[in-house]
Design a protein around this ligand. Structure first.
Ligand code: PLP
Length: 407
C-alpha cells in the first residue's frame, strides 16, 4: 500500500495493511524460511546492530513475513483512532508463538517482583493459571476483583500501591461476561496503572480497546484473526512505541516465544478476509441465538445480542456487534449434553473458537472436567452448558444440525 493512500478503510487494511513490496514483486509476502540474514559489510552489520539502519539479523528477532502480520494487526487495532495530537494513532505489534506467549511477554515485561496484577475471575484458563501458578514463583502477585464492581476496583487501586498492571478480558469465556472498558481504564489511569486488554473474542473489527485508553491489547491470533484454524499464534500490541521497541521487545526476544514465517503467512492470509468473515459469523450467531432462545429444550442462552444477557448494555456500549460466541444450557443436564454432542453432524465437537466452521464444546465433560463441580457452577458452567463458536456455514444448516441433535 502506498504512502499517499492515507485513509484506507478497514476492509482495505485487512487486505493490504503493512504489505511491503519485496524484490521479486510476489503478490503475497512469501514465507521467509530463513533463520539468519546476510550483511553487505562489517560496517553495515554494525549499523543494523546499532539500529541506525533497518534490516533483519536473526529469526528470533524478526522476519519479513512476521513483520507484515505485526504491522497489519497494529493498523487494524489503530483504525480510525487519534493520538494525543489529533494524528492517526500509531501502534507497534509483536507476533508470538501463541496467545499465551504474548500474554507472558505483557506480564513479564511490565510487572516486577514485589508488584501485582489487578484482574478479574472471568479469564481464559491459561491466563488464570499463569497468574496463579507461574508468576507467584517470581514474586509477582495478583489481586482478583469483580470488575463489575467499580467501587471494589477503585478501593483495590487505592489500598494496594504495588498494583502495576490491570488485565481485562471482555467479552469472556464461556458466559460472555463483559466489563466496562472506559470506566475500568479511567480508574487504572487515575492510579498510574498500565492496562492490558485481551481482545480475542471481539477482534479489532468489533472492539478497539485503544479507543478507551488501553496501553496494550493481546490476542490469541489462533482464533478469529487467523480464522481458519491453521496455526497457533498470539500478538501483543502497544501504544508506547518506545517501550514496545525496547523493554517489551527485549522480553519477547529473551523469553523466546517468537512466531515463525509459516504460521505468520497463514495469519496474514487469514486476516485478508477478517471483516467479511466477521460479518457472516455475526449474522449467523444472531439467528442461532434466537433459535436457541425460542427452543423448549434450552434454558439460559448467553449471547450478548439478547436483551436479557446481564452485560448486554455494556457490550453494546463498547462493541460494534455482539459477536459470534455464545453458550447455552441444555435443560437435560450432563447426559443431555453428552447425547447432544454425539448427535451433531455438521457442527464439530472441538475446543478453540473463531474458525470458519462452527465449533461446539461441552465444558463439563471436557475442558472443565477437572474443575470441582461446585466451583464450575460458581463460574456459570453448568452440567448442560454448551459453548458454541458460530461459523460461516449456511445458517439453516447450523440450526438444522442443532435441532436434530436436541431431538
Ligand atoms: C485461546 C485464548 C488464549 C490463549 O491463546 P493460545 O493461542 O491458545 O495460546 C488467550 N485468551 C483468550 C481469550 C483465548 O481465547
Amino acid at each position: 500500500m502506498t504512502d499517499n493512500n492515507t485513509n484506507p478503510g478497514f476492509d482495505t487494511l485487512c487486505l493490504h495493511g503493512g504489505h511491503v513490496t519485496e524484490s521479486n514483486r510476489a503478490h503475497l509476502t512469501p514465507i521467509y524460511a530463513s533463520s539468519t540474514y546476510e550483511f553487505d559489510s562489517a560496517e553495515q552489520a554494525a549499523a543494523i546492530f546499532r539500529g541506525e539502519e533497518k534490516g533483519y539479523i536473526y529469526g528470533r528477532w524478526g522476519n519479513p513475513t512476521i513483520a507484515e502480520a505485526e504491522e497489519r494487526i497494529a493498523m487494524l487495532e489503530a483504525f480510525g483512532l487519534k493520538d494525543a495530537n489529533g494524528e492517526q494513532l500509531k501502534l507497534k505489534a509483536i507476533l508470538h508463538a501463541s496467545g499465551m506467549a504474548a500474554i507472558s511477554t505483557a506480564f513479564m515485561g511490565n510487572v516486577k517482583a514485589g508488584e501485582k496484577i489487578l484482574t478479574h475471575q472471568s479469564l481464559y484458563g491459561g491466563t488464570h493459571e499463569i497468574i496463579e501458578k507461574i508468576l507467584p514463583d517470581f514474586s509477582i502477585g495478583a489481586v482478583i476483583v469483580d470488575f463489575h464492581d467499580l467501587k471494589a476496583v477503585e478501593q483495590a487501586l487505592q489500598t494496594d500501591k504495588t498494583i502495576r498492571m490491570m488485565h481485562i478480558e471482555t467479552p469472556a469465556n464461556p458466559t460472555l461476561q463483559c466489563v466496562d472498558l472506559a470506566e475500568l481504564i479511567a480508574l487504572a489511569k487515575a492510579h498510574g496503572v498500565v492496562v492490558c486488554v485481551d481482545n480475542t473474542f471481539a477482534t479489532p473489527y468489533l472492539q478497539q480497546p485503544f479507543a478507551f485508553g488501553a496501553d496494550y491489547v493481546v490476542h490469541s491470533t489462533t482464533k478469529f484473526l487467523n480464522g481458519h484454524g491453521t496455526a497457533i499464534g498470539g500478538i501483543l500490541v502497544g501504544k508506547d512505541i518506545a517501550r514496545m521497541s525496547t523493554a517489551l521487545t527485549k522480553t519477547h526476544r529473551l523469553l523466546g516465544g517468537n512466531s515463525n514465517a509459516f504460521d505468520a503467512f497463514l495469519l496474514v492470509n487469514g486476516l485478508r478476509t477478517l471483516s467479511v468473515r466477521m460479518d457472516r459469523h455475526c449474522a449467523n450467531a444472531e439467528k442461532v441465538a434466537q433459535f436457541l432462545h425460542d427452543h423448549p429444550a434450552v434454558g439460559v442462552v448467553n449471547y450478548l445480542g439478547l436483551a436479557d444477557h446481564p452485560d448486554h448494555a455494556i457490550g453494546m456500549k463498547q462493541m460494534k456487534h455482539p459477536g459470534a460466541m455464545l453458550s447455552f444450557e441444555l435443560k437435560g443436564g450432563f447426559d443431555a449434553g453428552v447425547k447432544f454432542m454425539n448427535s451433531l453432524k455438521i457442527c464439530l465437537n472441538a475446543v478453540s473458537l473463531g474458525t470458519c466452521d462452527t465449533l461446539i464444546s461441552h465444558p463439563a465433560s471436557t475442558t472443565h472436567m477437572g474443575v470441582a463441580r461446585e466451583q464450575r457452577l460458581k463460574f456459570g458452567i453448568t452440567d448442560g452448558m454448551i459453548r458454541m463458536s458460530v461459523g460461516i456455514e449456511n445458517v439453516e444448516d447450523i440450526i438444522g444440525d442443532l435441532e436434530q441433535a436436541m431431538r
